[in-house]
Ligand binder design. Sequence first.
Ligand code: Z5A
Length: 224
Amino acid sequence: MRNGLFIVLEGVEGAGKSTQASLLSAWFESLGLPHTVAREPGGTPVGEAIRRVVLDRGDLTMPPETELFLILGARAAFVRDVVRPALEDGQVVLADRFDLSTFAYQGYGRGLDLDRVRRANEMATGGVRPDLYLVLDLPVEAGLERKGGVGGGDRIEREGASFLSRVREGYRTLVKEVPTARLVAAHGSPAEVQDSLRRILQEDFPETFSVKGFSKRGTGSRSP
Ligand code: Z5A
């Protein structure tokens, strides 16, 4: 049974996903909405271990397929241990990245065949699909600027601006193909972007995001 709502924040580096996730979580809290916030790759102990290999081990050379399957391995645990139970409990699950990241980074960015990536992803998710993707859109340079410029960051960020431009264009294409994806301009202040996100949530799910919110009260929790 699946009674909750699965919302995903997506976008390039520095678009403001983590900032917006914190602001949304505070809003859900004020509405009395039981919710879980988590990030990908990660969200479970094994997922966080995989994250360290994928992002922190800049010394490791890995084929794109290896990167893909590590990320999908983390996703399988994330869906089974975090997303499904929280949805069955009637919560709002707010994920900082999910499978659109895989299509954008491993598909458009790394050049893996998108149909094959989608099929492999289906195995990891077991068919669980987000109700809504909020794709924060920002020019790559602006995102990198927010994060202190090109060259720093994790193994994937160090791929540089042309890789990230393919990723951004990938997101913009995906939003046109995926009916549950909405593109949100991310160049405004954090408060302005937050207003846009809340407006979309209230338009798309008025019963959940009205001032009254869920009848069940709960506390937001962040998975590891
Ligand atoms: N990855 C993948 O390849 N395939 C997959 O399937 C998945 C992931 C799931 C996760 O990195 C990496 O994994 C990611 C893709 C890959 N690639 N890389 N590299 P992560 O979780 O460590 O990082 P991230 O997801 O890219 O997040 P981020 O770079 O930290 O950016 P963000 O969360 O979108 O932004 P932020 O942390 O909220 O803000 C960044 C800075 O900008 C910070 O100083 C804020 O204070 C500032 N900020 C935020 N909003 C604003 C506004 N509106 N104006 C001005 N400044 C702002």
